[in-house]
Design a protein around this ligand. Structure first.
Ligand code: ZN
Length: 657
C-alpha cells in the first residue's frame, strides 16, 4: 500500500489471531456476490464454496465474517451445526487429519467498511470498490484476517449491465441475463485474504502486453481518454524493467490498474489488480507535478514483495513496504536517471535522521514503526545491503528468497539467511546496525551516497548556509537544478532575470520562494504563468496578484480557463482572487461564490472539498450550504476528509462562541 500520509500497520492484528493455520489449510474459495443498484443485494443471498485440508484433527473451524447472515451451511453437502457471533462463522464437525472437506453456504453481507459504495445516491460517480489491507476483507466476504493462510479465490459477481466489474485474476466469462451481467474471474494461485478486491464502475480500458507476454490493462473513466497516456506513462517500461531486475517472472495471469474515486490511500496492490486514487489521473501538465509513476512502480513491485511472498506478521512489514519502495526507486532510476535515484535516497536519509532527532525513531522490526521507517528505512536497508554484498550476490539472494517462499509467508531472518548463504559470511553486524538498532545509521547512509554519486557531493557542497562567500555565484554556475532550487530556498534575493532561463524545477522554486516580486523581475515572473506546472501557476498567480495590484485584472484574465489538478487548485485560487478584486467583472461575483460553495458538496472528491472549505474559512464565508456540507462530510468514508471536517467544524464553532 502506498499512503498519502501516515499509515497504520495493517498486519498487526494477524499476530494475535488464533493459529488456525496449524490445523486447517484453506485451499480454494468460490463465491458469488450479487450487486443490485449499487449495494450488495439485500434480497438475495450470495453463495460460497470453500475447500480445505485438515492438518490436525479438530471439532471446529472458523471463517472471519463480520456482520453477516448465513443459511444452508453444509459440509460435503450435508447441513451441519454452526454459530455466528457477528465476527466469526464457526462450523462444528469432527474433522479428521489428512482429509479434504468442502464447505458451502449462502450468506448475506452488509459491509460498513472494506467495501465502499461511492456516489450511488447522487449524480456523482457510481462506483463500488474495496480496500482489504487494514480494513479486513471479512467485512464483505467470509475470509481469513490472518495473512498466513493463502487461498485461491475465484470470484463471480452479478452487476447491472452498464458497469464493468474488475477483480483478481483473469476474466473467464461474462454472460448477460435480464439486464444484469455475470462476471466470472479465475485465479491460478493462492493469496492472503487482504489482497482480494473488486471494482465496479464505468470504465474503458487500454491494453498493452509486457515483453514476457503478460496483458497489462489500464482502466480509465470514459471521459478521460486524453489522460490515459500521461497517467500510465512508463507503465510497460517499468513492468519489463522489474521483471528483468527482480529476475523472477511476474507471478500472476495479468496486471490491471484501476483508478477509483476518493480512495483511502494512494494505491493498493491487490493481487493482479492495483486500485489507485483518481487524483493521479493527470493531463500532460499535471504529469510534471503530481504523476502516478512512483505509486505505479511501488504497487507493481508489491506483486512480488507482499503478494507472492507475504510477511508473517507486522514485525516484518518492511519485507513488503521496504522492498516495494526500493524496487520502485530502481524502476524510477531506469526512467528518470541516476541523479533522481540518489536524490530520493538523500531526501529519505535526511527525513529518517530528523525522525531520530525528534525521538520518534524505532527499530525496523518494531511493528509500531512509522511508515517512514517501514518504507524508507526498509528501502535503505536494501540499498546498503546491495552496496555491501555486491549486485550479483544481492540479485541471486532475492531470486532464491522469492522462489523459496513463493505463495507462502516469510520473516526477516528468512531473507537474511538467503543473502548469507550466497555471500558466504555472517551479516549479523549489518543486521544490528541497519535493521535492529533504534537509530537509523544516517552517517553510514551519507557515506554511501558520497561514494556513489558526484551529483550528491555537489548538492551537499552547494550551500548558502555554510559557505556564504561563494553563495552569490552558485545560481550562475552550471550546477544541478536541485542545487539551484536549494540556493533559491535559502536566499531568494539572489534570483536575477537570468535565473528564469533555467528549467521547470528552478522556475518552480522561484514561484515558491520569491513571494514579494521586485519590479525588475516582473516581466520574467509573469512568464511563469505559462509554465507546464499547475504548482508554479498557482504560486505565480497569487504572488503576482498581491505584488502588483494595478495588474490584477490582466492576471485574472490570462488564467481564467485554467483548472489545475483534480482538486482544481488553480480554479479555486482564481475564484477567491476574483472575489477579492472588486473592479474585475463585478456582475459575476455571486455565480463564482456559488461555484465555490458548490465544490464543498458531496459529489466532488475529498481533496477538492477540503480545499474549497479551507478557502471559505479563509474568506470567512462558510454559509448555511457550506455548513451543511461540512456536517455531511463528517460521515464520509474517507478518513482524511472526516478528520478535516471535524476539526474545521470545531474551529468554526469556537469562533462563534
Ligand atoms: Zn506499499
Amino acid at each position: 500500500m502506498k499512503n498519502f500520509f501516515i499509515i497504520l500497520c495493517a498486519c498487526l492484528a494477524s499476530v494475535s489471531v488464533a493459529q488456525q493455520t496449524d490445523y486447517v489449510d484453506f485451499k480454494k474459495v468460490e463465491a458469488l456476490i450479487v450487486f443490485n443498484q449499487f449495494q450488495v443485494d439485500s434480497t438475495k443471498y450470495n453463495s460460497y464454496d470453500a475447500k480445505f485440508d485438515i492438518l490436525r484433527s479438530t471439532d471446529s473451524i472458523y471463517l472471519d465474517a463480520i456482520n453477516m447472515k448465513f443459511i444452508h451451511v453444509a459440509i460435503d453437502g450435508s447441513e451441519i451445526n454452526f454459530s455466528n457471533d457477528g465476527k466469526k462463522l464457526k462450523i462444528y464437525h469432527s474433522f479428521e487429519k489428512g482429509k479434504t472437506y468442502n464447505l458451502s453456504f449462502l450468506f448475506f453481507a452488509s459491509p460498513k467498511k472494506a467495501m465502499y459504495f461511492v456516489g450511488w445516491e447522487n449524480e456523482g460517480r457510481n462506483q463500488i470498490w474495496t480496500q482489504g489491507q487494514g480494513k479486513y476483507t471479512s467485512n464483505w466476504l467470509p475470509s481469513l484476517d490472518d495473512t498466513n493462510d493463502k487461498i485461491e479465490f475465484d470470484l463471480k459477481f452479478v452487476a447491472p449491465k452498464t458497469y464493468q466489474v474488475i477483480s483478481n485474476g483473469v476474466l473467464k466469462s461474462k454472460s448477460d441475463n435480464d439486464g444484469h451481467v455475470l462476471w466470472e474471474y479465475d485465479m491460478k494461485h493462492p493469496m492472503s485474504s487482504y489482497l482480494v478486491a473488486v471494482v465496479v464502475g464505468k470504465y474503458d480500458k487500454k491494453t498493452e502486453t509486457s515483453k514476457s507476454g503478460i496483458p497489462l490493462e489500464y482502466y480509465y473513466y470514459p471521459e478521460d481518454s486524453l489522460k490515459v497516456e500521461p497517467t500510465y506513462r512508463y507503465s510497460k517500461q517499468m513492468f519489463d524493467f522489474l521483471e528483468e531486475e527482480i529476475g523472477v517472472a511476474y507471478p500472476w495471469q495479468n496486471y490491471k490498474q484501476v483508478p477509483v474515486h476518493d480512495f483511502l490511500y494512494a494505491g493498493m496492490e491487490n493481487t493482479s489488480l492495483t486500485i489507485f486514487s483518481d487524483a493521479f489521473v493527470v493531463d500532460s501538465i499535471g504529469f510534471n507535478d503530481k504523476n502516478y509513476v512512483n505509486v505505479n512502480a511501488h504497487e507493481l513491485a508489491h506483486q512480488w514483495f507482499g503478494d507472492l511472498v507475504t510477511a508473517k506478521s507486522g514485525a516484518h512489514h518492511w519485507l513488503q513496504e521496504g522492498f516495494a519502495t526500493y524496487y520502485a526507486l530502481l524502476a524510477e532510476k531506469d526512467v528518470f536517471g541516476e541523479n533522481y535515484f540518489y536524490f530520493k535516497l538523500l531526501e529519505s536519509s535526511i527525513d529518517l535522521g530528523k525522525q531520530d532527532i525528534s525521538g520518534n525513531g524505532t527499530s525496523l522490526l518494531n511493528p509500531k514503526s512509522s511508515s517512514l521507517t517501514f518504507y524508507q528505512r526498509g528501502a535503505w536497508v536494501l540499498h546498503a545491503l546491495r552496496t555491501k554484498v555486491g549486485d550479483r550476490v544481492f540479485r541471486q539472494a532475492v531470486i532464491n528468497y522469492l522462489e523459496k517462499y513463493k505463495f507462502k509467508n516469510a520473516e526477516t531472518s528468512d531473507f537474511i539467511k538467503e543473502v548469507e548463504r550466497i555471500y558466504g559470511r555472517s551479516l549479523s553486524s549489518f543486521v544490528n546496525l541497519w535493521i535492529k538498532q533504534k537509530d537509523f545509521p544516517v552517517d553510514n547512509a551519507f557515506d554511501i551516497l558520497k561514494q556513489q554519486s558526484t551529483y550528491i557531493n555537489e548538492f551537499l557542497m552547494v550551500d548558502c548556509q555554510a559557505k556564504s562567500s561563494k553563495c552569490s555565484e552558485y545560481l550562475k554556475y552550471y550546477v544541478s537544478d536541485e542545487a539551484k532550487a536549494k540556493i533559491i530556498s535559502q536566499v531568494p534575493e539572489l534570483v536575477t532575470p537570468e535565473t528564469f532561463n533555467n528549467g521547470l524545477k528552478v522556475r518552480q522554486a522561484i514561484s515558491k520562494y520569491v513571494r514579494q516580486i521586485p519590479v525588475n523581475l516582473k516581466e520574467d515572473y509573469e512568464s511563469l504563468l505559462d509554465d507546464k506546472s499547475y504548482i508554479t501557476i498557482e504560486n505565480a498567480l497569487y504572488n503576482l496578484w498581491s505584488s502588483f495590484p494595478e495588474d490584477r485584472s490582466a492576471y485574472l484574465f490570462k488564467t481564467r480557463d485554467i483548472v489545475g489538478f483534480n482538486d482544481k487548485n488553480v480554479r479555486l485560487l482564481w475564484i477567491v482572487l476574483n472575489l477579492s478584486t472588486p473592479f474585475y467583472k463585478a456582475d459575476n461575483k455571486q455565480a463564482l461564490f456559488q461555484e465555490l460553495i458548490g465544490y464543498t458538496g458531496e459529489k466532488y472528491n475529498a481533496d477538492l472539498r477540503i480545499k474549497a472549505f479551507q478557502y471559505l474559512k479563509m474568506i470567512k464565508s462558510c454559509n448555511e450550504d457550506c455548513m451543511s456540507n461540512l456536517e455531511n462530510a463528517k460521515s464520509h468514508h474517507n478518513w482524511r476528509l472526516v478528520k478535516f471536517a471535524k476539526q474545521l467544524s470545531e474551529e468554526l464553532e469556537q469562533k462563534r462562541n
